[in-house]
Design a binder for this molecule. Structure first.
Ligand SMILES: [Zn+2]
Length: 384
C-alpha cells in the first residue's frame, strides 16, 4: 500500500498502458479563423464521440475514422494498423466540405472543435448494421440510428477547444484523471464496471467478487444517450451514490461517469467498452450476460464469447465474466448457477417488470433483491 506522498508516487507501480501505448490528448486552443469555417452540426452521439476523442478515452484514435480504419473495423474488428477495435467512430455528412478544415458544433450551435479534413467516403449502412449489430432490423435502436444517419463519412483529426458540459460535473473524470486517482491510491489492478441500470444486489455482488481479486473498483456508469425507456441518468447516479456510501469502502471504489452514448451493439460494444476502460486505467473489466444488448438480438453469452476472437493478452485488459446472480435462501448468501446447487424455488428472483411494478406502487422489493436505500431513490423517481 503506497502512501500518497510525492516520493511514493514516483515508485508507484505502473498502471496498464493505454490502447496503442499512448494516451491521446486532442484538446487545444481555439485556432484563429474558426468563425470563417464551414460549420457542421453533430448529433448528440457524435458530440459524445468527439469529447471522448478529445480526452483520449478512444486512444489511439485522434479523430473520426478514415476509410481504411473503418473498413477493417467493420470486417475484422481491427484498425488498419492491426490493433483491435470493435466499432466505427465516424462522422456522417451529406456532402464533402469545401475547405481543408471544418468547425464542429453541437445541436445548440456551439462550436466545439475543428476537424482537419483528410477524406470523405461512401459507406454501406446495411453492411455496417449486419457486421456491427448482427442485424439489419430497423427496430434495433442502434440500427435505426445508423439508418437515419447522413450518407457519407468525413474523416480527420480533431482539435477540441470547448468541451461539452458534463451532465454530472462531480463525476466527470478524463482518462488522465482516473489514472491519476488510481495512482494516488496505490491501485495497480483496477476492475471497471459498466452499467446503464440502477445497481441491485446482483450487481453489487459481482462488483465485490471482482474487487476481492484486485486493488480497486471503478463504477463507471454510462451517462451518454440511452433509449428513452432506460432509467434516467440522474436517478441512476443517485442510486450509485447511496449504494457506495452505505456499502462500499470509500478507499477501494471510485464512481465516475462514462460519457459514451449507448450503441446497443452487444458483443462488439463489450469489446469497445473494455478498450475504452483500458484507456481510463482499468486492468480488468466486468462482462455480464448480454452486455450492451437490447431485446433478444444477442445470445446470452455472445458478449463473453467474442473475447475469444482475440489472442490472449492482445486486448491487454482482462475481461471478467459473470453469470446472473441472486440471493439463495438455502445458501444464505448471494450466489449464481456456478456456485449454488439449489432449486430455483430457493432463489430470490424478480423480473424487471415485477420490480418496476413494486417500485411504482411505492413498495420496497425484498432486501435480498435490492438495498432499501437504492429502492427508495427509485420509488421517489417513480413518484415524479
Ligand atoms: Zn443455494
Amino acid at each position: 500500500m503506497t502512501v500518497a506522498t510525492t516520493e511514493s508516487k514516483l515508485i508507484a507501480p505502473p498502471l496498464i498502458s493505454p490502447h496503442g501505448g499512448t494516451l491521446v490528448d486532442r484538446t487545444g486552443d481555439r485556432p484563429d479563423g474558426v468563425d470563417a469555417l464551414e460549420t457542421l452540426t453533430l448529433t448528440s452521439r457524435e458530440v459524445s464521440d468527439l469529447d471522448m476523442l478529445a480526452s483520449g478515452a478512444l486512444s489511439p484514435l485522434d479523430g473520426f475514422m478514415g476509410r481504411e480504419d473503418y473498413e477493417r473495423v467493420v470486417d475484422e474488428m481491427r484498425l488498419a494498423s492491426g490493433l483491435p477495435w470493435a466499432l466505427p467512430v465516424c462522422l456522417a455528412v451529406d456532402d464533402a466540405p469545401s475547405g481543408d478544415s471544418v468547425a464542429l458544433a453541437d445541436e445548440a450551435g456551439r462550436v466545439l472543435a475543428v476537424l482537419e479534413v483528410t477524406e470523405v467516403y461512401d459507406y454501406d449502412k446495411e453492411r455496417e448494421a449486419e457486421r456491427c449489430f448482427r442485424t439489419t432490423d430497423d427496430a434495433h435502436p442502434g440500427v435505426a440510428r445508423l439508418y437515419e444517419q447522413k450518407t457519407r463519412y468525413l474523416a480527420g483529426r480533431v482539435t477540441v477547444f470547448d468541451r461539452p458540459e458534463p451532465a454530472f460535473p462531480e463525476l466527470a473524470l478524463d482518462p488522465s484523471e482516473t489514472r491519476a486517482a488510481f495512482a494516488e491510491r496505490g491501485w495497480r489492478r483496477v476492475v471497471g464496471f459498466q452499467t446503464r441500470n440502477p445497481i441491485h444486489r446482483a450487481h453489487e455482488y459481482l462488483t465485490k467478487v471482482a474487487l476481492e481479486t484486485v486493488d480497486g473498483l471503478l463504477i463507471h456508469p454510462l451517462v451518454g444517450d440511452t433509449k428513452s425507456d432506460d432509467v434516467p441518468a440522474a436517478t441512476r447516479v443517485e442510486c450509485y451514490r447511496v449504494l457506495v456510501d452505505g456499502y462500499y469502502p470509500a478507499e477501494r471504489v471510485l464512481v465516475s461517469a462514462f460519457p459514451a452514448a449507448m450503441r446497443y451493439a452487444g458483443p462488439r460494444e463489450a469489446i469497445w467498452h473494455a478498450i475504452c476502460r483500458k484507456n481510463f486505467g482499468c486492468s480488468h473489466f466486468i462482462v455480464g450476460r448480454d452486455h450492451a444488448g437490447v431485446g433478444d438480438y444477442y445470445g446470452t453469452y455472445d458478449a463473453q464469447l467474442i473475447f475469444d476472437e482475440f489472442a490472449p493478452h492482445e486486448l491487454d485488459i482482462e475481461p471478467m465474466f459473470f453469470e446472473h446472480s441472486f440471493w439463495c435462501r438455502t445458501c444464505g448468501s448471494m450466489a449464481s448457477a456456478k456456485t449454488c446447487p439449489h432449486d430455483a424455488s430457493q432463489h430470490v428472483f424478480l423480473s424487471g417488470t415485477k420490480v418496476r411494478e413494486i417500485l411504482a406502487a411505492g413498495e420496497l422489493p425484498p432486501v435480498e433483491f435490492s438495498r432499501p436505500e437504492v429502492a427508495n431513490v427509485l420509488i421517489e423517481a417513480y413518484r415524479k
